[in-house]
Design a protein around this ligand. Sequence first.
Ligand code: SAM
Length: 204
Amino acid sequence: MQPFDLFPTSLQKILVKLEDQDRKEREAKLDRMQRLRQIPRETGEFLYQFLTSFVPQFPQFIGLEIGSSGGYSTLWQGMALVTSACGKLISLDHDPKKYRLAYENIKATGIDQYVTLSQGDAKDYLKNSQGKFSYVFLDAEKEDYLEFFMLLKDHVSSGTVLIADNVISHKDDVLNFLEMIHEDCRVSSIILPVGQGLAYVRWI
Ligand SMILES: C[S@@+](CC[C@H](N)C(=O)[O-])C[C@H]1O[C@@H](n2cnc3c(N)ncnc32)[C@H](O)[C@@H]1O
């Protein structure tokens, strides 16, 4: 049985609707900045499985998602918190239209107790917030990955895990980030061939 099969039907319908919208937008060759550009279901299932074992290790788990889009990846991660019956996920997107769609989807599934969406630039958020995170999912513009990694240094502690998407599909765009996580002695990292390729980075 896959994690998807365990979800309530109402949530399955929202996930499938978002998958259909994402596929149709790609087929119609809609401008990439307007598209949902979601993670594939395989990545959602990986994040769900990982977080259901990771989250309960923390008395007060706080996760951060950079790039909510329409809330597809947020729903997968949020469901891991629901299953664990603890934790909080803060998800950021600067696009007002995508923020509204994510808001409607999170509200409709009733997981807003575990997920807080915020509209705004994630770089400004990291520069102005004092928050510490046990986990970060990075899925914004690929050329910003290195900058986000640098900005995260004040928001992590030993054991924090960063998962960054598209590091195989967009390898050329994230080369400076990949070099940094390989060389930086404060972190250990591995590239996982899940979906579009995930960088798994853990602060030592
Ligand atoms: C690849 S999509 C995210 C897809 C989403 N994680 C999912 O799987 O459903 C990237 C998103 O990052 C947002 N984004 C890009 N740069 C951002 C920034 N600096 N601050 C906040 N959001 C940003 C975009 O608006 C876009 O919705």
